[in-house]
Write a protein that binds this ligand. Structure first.
Ligand code: GCB
Length: 622
């Protein structure tokens, strides 16, 4: 479906024809419990350094002129070499290691239309711009390299063979989010799943389940939204709690609050429940006979359907499910409470990066990330600086770890550019709608280390307010900078529930006395998380604790930091920088070797540095 053409000037001119096809969080489909047809696998690819596919309309695949004469072609889709998607091309093909412009991917696939359903294409993430063509027609344009996007492709698909072309552009630019300068590697590619999803005509696009904050852990809120404005009935079930509740969707939306006493989720005992939503049409209610989802729930459904009006599977519009935990993360004064108990967030920061796969981590890689954090003694992790794969939050739900999730509003992006704002807000919406049901996620971060200016203040306070309106069950934060007079007094703090502070005493500011000064001279009125501190060390490089990049120097920084932070009453959590060494083009010294070496563990995840054990000991004592 085409969107209204928008005024959107931040993209290069060859993207302009595709602006009407721009996809945002609005087009999403709720994914839990859906069958998908993966389009992962071998695709043909070609480097398209000059964006010729878009400029010269390769996607039309016009082989003859008006008179039927053959035209010379600059492409040959099926003769191009192959690559396995999803992947980051920089590591999948060593000759593309430093390539940062457009790449064309194409393949064909079989499709058979089934009556009364719509087919969506979902791409888990493509860095950074992606234009999708199906059978010669534009299907979607998406901006933002770490969030999923959807498009309804039903009317573009044909029975039999279909061609899909993706133009994926990893160029960097000052107006993008993130901008052209970051402290991590700019991997290009379609590096998360590509899949087709068949959904009913009136499908559930949003299904949110959470414990109501302040309800004495006794109320669950459920809300649902359809892809259109149909009136409908919905039945919500949690079989393990014997909950079956019916509510109405008016104009495609509805919600209900249900009294319940679920066992609460926490990192030590990450209890999850299967939940299910079935949406029924409202018409012909009187003649409907009851036979709904799940025999166990049947009698309960009976009792919740008024006046003998029953629900019939023929009347089912859509059915979705999820596995969710119930918890309350609250702030009182300068303290954090999880399910009513005071907690300290023992964390670590983490990038989405591996030597072999870049950002396209395998499930084993992700499990290893969480296990390593738990071995360190963490109950919490900061997923920096952009949305990681949604599997991370699912695993954190299952394995028991609280999360800070973030959008890439990093350093000095184009704060006065309205396009940049809309893009950042959309990435936030895509993230919130993707992970709303994850109990592990307790904090949305709207940015990292953004130097103060009026433009930055209005951009980020607007984002923080947007996040607060979008989600009442989580807290809002950002990783702020220390003020030049060595105090915590970022203007943004009043828009945040939690002040995140990045400080590098002992490293960029070698004098540790400033650390004590910072905490003594600041009087924040809300909890502080030290969202970053740390120092670099090359594993196996030993020397004195004053020699930079030795394990001893890094360990000493950690010793001094935890001593001061542990003794500061308003510091209620920390996520030092960082769990693993990670690739970084800015780090060119012979010791760094194009890696940021502030990891507590090497990038191959095999070796723990001395500082790992310093932090582990501190967390064990906490
Ligand atoms: C920071 C940034 C992080 C960098 C880190 C460093 O403050 O937030 O992205 O990688 O410092 O190593 O300098």
């Amino acid at each position: 479906m085409q969107m209204e053409n928008e005024n959107y000037e931040s993209l290069p001119v060859y993207y302009q024809p595709f602006l009407p096809y721009r996809k945002t969080a609005k087009e999403r489909i709720f994914m839990g419990g859906r069958e998908t047809e993966p389009l992962n696998g071998l695709w043909h690819y070609a480097v398209d350094q000059y964006h010729t596919c878009l400029r010269s309309q390769w996607y039309l695949d016009r082989r003859e002129d008006e008179n039927g004469s053959r035209l010379p072609l600059d492409y040959s889709f099926d003769e191009w070499p192959e690559i396995q998607l999803p992947c980051c091309w920089n590591v999948a093909k060593p000759e593309l290691f430093l390539y940062e412009s457009a790449m064309i991917f194409t393949r064909t696939f079989l499709y058979q239309r089934r009556k009364s359903e719509r087919t969506y294409l979902r791409i888990g993430a493509a860095n950074y711009l992606c234009v999708v063509f199906i059978n010669g027609k534009a299907a979607g344009l998406h901006e933002g390299g770490s969030t999923p996007f959807f498009m309804d492709v039903t009317d573009l698909l044909v029975d039999g063979d279909n061609r899909i072309i993706l133009s994926v552009d990893a160029s960097r630019a000052p107006e993008y989010v993130p901008m052209d300068n970051t402290d991590w590697f700019n991997y290009g590619g379609v590096y998360r799943d590509i899949e087709l999803i068949r959904v009913p005509v009136h499908a559930v696009k949003d299904f949110r389940v959470s414990l109501v904050p302040g309800s004495d852990f006794g109320e669950i809120e459920v809300s649902a939204e359809l892809t259109d404005t149909k009136d409908a009935e919905a039945v919500f079930e949690i079989p393990d709690l014997g909950i079956v509740s019916k509510f109405s969707l008016s104009q495609g939306r509805g919600s209900i609050r249900i009294k319940a006493k679920p066992e609460l989720w926490n990192p030590g005992d990450p209890k999850l429940y299967d939940v299910k939503l079935t949406v029924f049409r409202t018409e012909d209610k009187d003649e409907i006979k009851h036979q709904t989802a799940g025999a166990a729930a049947q009698s309960a459904v009976d009792s919740c359907v008024e006046d003998g009006n029953a629900l019939n599977t023929d009347q089912v519009l859509d059915e979705v499910s999820d596995r969710v935990g119930f918890r309350e993360f609250a702030i009182k004064g300068r303290d954090f409470y999880l399910n009513g108990k005071k907690i300290f967030l023992k964390g670590i920061s983490c990038h989405e990066d591996t030597d072999d796969h870049g950002k396209a981590l395998t499930r084993e890689d992700r499990v290893q990330v969480i296990k390593t954090a738990k071995e360190l003694g963490c109950n919490y992790m900061r997923l920096a600086h952009y949305p990681h794969n949604e599997e991370m939050a699912k695993l954190a739900d299952e394995m028991g770890l609280m999360l800070w999730e973030e959008i890439p509003v990093y350093w000095t992006i184009a704060f006065s550019n309205e396009d940049t704002y809309r893009n950042a807000e959309n990435q936030l919406d895509e993230l919130i709608s993707r992970d709303y049901n994850r109990a592990s996620v307790i904090i949305w971060s709207v940015g990292n280390e953004n130097p103060d200016s009026d433009e930055r203040y209005s951009f980020m306070s607007r984002l923080a307010e947007h996040a607060r309106q979008a989600d009442k069950t989580r807290k809002i934060s950002a990783a702020c900078l220390v003020s030049p007079d060595f105090t915590i007094k970022d203007r943004l703090a009043k828009s945040l529930d939690i002040i995140g502070i990045n400080e590098y005493y002992g490293w960029y500011v070698p004098d540790f006395d400033y650390l004590t000064k910072l905490f003594r001279s600041s009087r924040p009125d809300r909890p502080v998380i030290v969202s970053e501190f740390g120092g670099g060390a090359l594993y196996g490089h030993h020397g004195s604790s004053t020699e930079k990049f030795t394990e001893e120097c890094q360990a000493e920084i950690y010793r001094k930091q935890v001593e001061v932070l542990g003794g500061t009453d308003y510091v209620k959590g920390m996520s030092p920088w960082i769990l693993f060494d990670f690739r970084c083009p800015r780090r060119t010294s012979h010791i760094q070797g194009y890696y940021n070496r502030k990891g507590l563990v090497t990038s191959d995840r095999k070796h723990r540095k001395e500082a790992f054990y310093v932090l582990q000991e501190f967390y064990r004592s906490k």
